[in-house]
Write a new protein. Sequence first.
Length: 78
Amino acid sequence: MRVTLESTTKIVTLQVHGVDVPARVWEGTTEEGVACHAYITRIAVNKHDDASQFERELQEQRAPRNPDIAAIPARLVL
């Protein structure tokens, strides 16, 4: 599966092994056009790569299309 994602301004808190972890909500679509969202807690590039453009673009965020998104349905957690 291939998904194209965009960063939003929405931050939620996830419980990971009993610890609260902040996650940014990213919204996107699959190649087939299915709308989806992802909860990103960390993102990085190879430490040997020039990450300056990546870091600039990472600062770009938009308001979420669905501001009520706050939870992941349990059936989707792998």
